[in-house]
Design a protein around this ligand. Sequence first.
Ligand SMILES: Nc1ncnc2c1ncn2[C@@H]1O[C@H](COP(=O)(O)OP(=O)(O)O)[C@@H](O)[C@H]1O
Ligand SMILES: [Mg+2]
Length: 1015
Amino acid sequence: MQREATLTARPSALAGTAMLSGILEGMSARMSSPVLVGRGDHMGVLEAALDRARAGGPSAVLIGGEAGIGKSRLVNEFTAAAAEAGARVLVGGCLDLGTEGVPFAPFAAMLRGLVRELGADGVAALLPAPGAREFARLLPEFGEAGIEANATVARARLFEQMLTLLERLAEAGPVMAVIEDAHWADRSTRELTAFLIRSQQILDGVMIIVSYRSDDLHRTHPLRPLLAELDRLAWVERMELPRLGRLHADELVARITGREPEPWLADEVYRHAEGNPLFIEELLSSDGGLGAELSESLRDLLLAAVRQLPEQTQELLRAASAGGQRSGHALLAAVTGPAGDDLAHGLRPAVAANVLVPDDGGYAFRHALIREAVYDDLLPGERTRLHTRFAQILGSEPGMVAPGRGVIEQAHHWYHAHDIPWALVSAWQAAEVAGQALAHAEQLTLLARVLELWDKVPDAANRIGASHLRVLEQAATAAHAADEYERGIAFASAALKEADPAAEPVRVALLLEKRAMLGKHGGVDPTADLRAALELVPAGLDDAARARVLVSEAKSLDSPCGPEARLAAEEALTLARQAGDVGTQAAAVGELAMIESFSGDDAAALRMFAQASALARQAGAYRSLLFVAVNESHVLGGLGEHERAAHVARTGIASAHEYGLARSTGTFLAINVAEPLVALGRWDEATDVIEQALALSPPRVNRAGLRLLAAAIALCRGDLADSRALIATARTALGRVSFLHSDTQFYLPLAQLEAEQCLSEGRQADALDVVTAAVDRFDLLRDPRYGWPLLTTGARVCTTLPAAALRDRGTAERAGVLLGQLRTLAAKMDVSGPVRQASRLTFAAEAGAGPPNTSAAEETLARWDAAAATWDRVAQPYQLATATLRSAEAAMAAGDREGAAQRLRRAADLADQLGARLLSKEIAVLARNARLALGTDHDAGPAPRRLGLTAREFEVLSLVTAGRSNPEIGAELFISAKTASVHVSSILAKLGVSSRGEAAAAAHRLHLFDPAPAA
Ligand SMILES: Nc1ncnc2c1ncn2[C@@H]1O[C@H](COP(=O)(O)OP(=O)(O)O)[C@@H](O)[C@H]1O
Ligand SMILES: [Mg+2]
């Protein structure tokens, strides 16, 4: 996508814990989501395990995860569905009753459930004589427990009886036994559980599920060795439920509240809850906003582990909580007193209890909310004292934190220590450091703080050596750099009130230009400001300033390729050259390149982009550099140069990070990385890019663009519930951005996806409405890039109306009219470049279908083959697979069975490789109906899931097995080293191993990457 446009409205007072403090108590009526979000993969593992049990094999799944991550919910949803399908479900939970709870508690609960249904006699009748006697130890309903002199023998009998019971129950159909919260299991429960799982080899039709809190499993926890042992059994799968990624966390918020969350709300929730569903629920109040305070129950949950620590350790944790999410060892030592080993010693219990996680030279709280809960517990005086201490120590030893951070963190602590003069001075100094480090958002926060404190410090200007106007100007500039448009406009307007155009015309002109550009992005018409600015800097006064205003003028004109824009950009280029202002030259050349592209000459545009980026690099003009990255990748993508497009955008993201624009321009560039990856069928990679970008809390428009791509992936994969939700949220997000109403780069893909979604759900008439509305509302011819896909989808909608819809005269007529319109548009639409060619051929094949006679069928076949060949050329496998399927249909219609079978096999291979499930299904149906063989692989159905690993994790594991490091894996798979490490952790958890070496060994043992035997 091009023309980055962003709106960020975030209520500024909503920062951190302040928001969570101060209201309603006991508001524990937590709302939850009506649907399970983001656990498709894990459901898949459970389903596969149940299938194995159904087929008579042994099968058990061990599910770990932190408290609230959704273990019970996942299991409940799964067992409910299985029960619906006729399975018998026995559930029992372990209770938190100290180390040795009630013996066999979960099994007693299972029996109780069974007795409720069958009666005690009914249960006993299932067992051979002497019936259910041993169960009397667990449940009084079974009578008096017999006295058995030998405890070991009694135990063995009980175990056998439980096994027999499951065996008998399974004779009637699949049985699921669920043992929840096994971290609380007493020894007897652990032993019986292990016995049953080990015995599964002789136990047909039973699936056992064990859940446990992995964060509770400290090093010496007795469940640990047991899990490790069980995991070695071939039929046992172990999986770790991870926190939800940003995409699903946002979806969960929307599901809980029943509406698309405001971006700031989504950000706040994600920042605090970090993707833990329970925490997400807890943070949301009953009106769908942000709860005022951590609820008592959540606080108890968070602090449970903390409260069990020695007092000295708790004291240290309190100090650490004032230092932030993470504290360095040396700093913490200086603040708290005990140094070196003493500190480590004092904190060891917190590490053992999983409250703190040690990292390079410091400690981080395991979850942000734990820190928050500890911090909230501090008394006000204690807080002031701690922050003062942090500030003083950082004042004398700034090197205690990362380079460049000392001044900034010091400012933070002075502010929270309520020392106003120091807070002001240190904020100003820190703002300068942040500005130099291109940390614009931080710089903006600090400058806003200077302005906030200004009136409370009588000689503020003297203390910092700068005027109020100067601070306002800098704040406007920082806001622009940070893409905080509304705040920037406010600062620029305030500055304009204080500045004098007669005395300083250039200064005022540049302020007006700044406000204009902020306004352009923020949805305010920039024309008046630019006109006023141009009058203040007539030719001859200040060439560099005039050139800058002219570039902005060229960017802002209504008709982007009209003569006025070209004139303005050309004058700007001449003036900037004269003034030796290389940065503005770069901007002017970039603008001229876009004008070429709009006028249809992409080759010229690409040449000029190269010039512009060389100039920008020379001048260190990073805005222009990123502008080029956005537009060059867009143009390349349009030309079908997907690899290059992704590469250019990816390089742009790296620069955006360097320039402190990761959240804004960086996330827009992520759209331009993901878009070609989606086209290339590299959906896992695209998803990684999207997730990473969403985790940065992008502005609304960027978020919408990213969601549209995620929706496209979900749709292609056949995850219709996901795609439906994503499309809905993207639509809402776009609808709120008023100035975008005509922005076809968002609306045309949205309409196309909506229509595809309707088609996939069999709602043909709705699809017809969607396409008709889009064609009426937008000028598709102005945007062939996104116009073509809508045309092809529209043609499909019109030509595949089912008989029932066609019987309705109105619908049939509307389809006829629409198809006519689409044909007219297609005839006029630009077809330069192979992607548009491929679309045109697809459209011709789709829309040109004649009556079903043989010669027409042959023509259709030729058209689909041509379309497929072109999609092949631009390496778009999903479109290729679809076109190949259609050509197979056409071959059938033309009576060429062998040709049809060949094409169908190709389509099946492509669809399976992609994981395009609906397409695979459609192919399989055609094959079955036409009695065409697809080859053993496909006829056997989808490949079994591999140990619960996703396709991406499987790739990562293969590299781990080859001995690659995280950065190397990152480089190879085009993901960050951090993402690679997240995948690796998840793999280790799923494989139940604790090191990469063990993971590699497991992969070897399981022959995961052995070369396939020659066919
Ligand atoms: N994937 C999910 N989608 C929707 N809601 C979820 C999901 N996972 C958990 N929840 C909700 O979060 C809360 C905590 O989940 P729960 O299953 O009780 O966690 P755990 O058993 O891991 O401690 C519950 O209210 C549950 O309904
Ligand atoms: Mg639970």
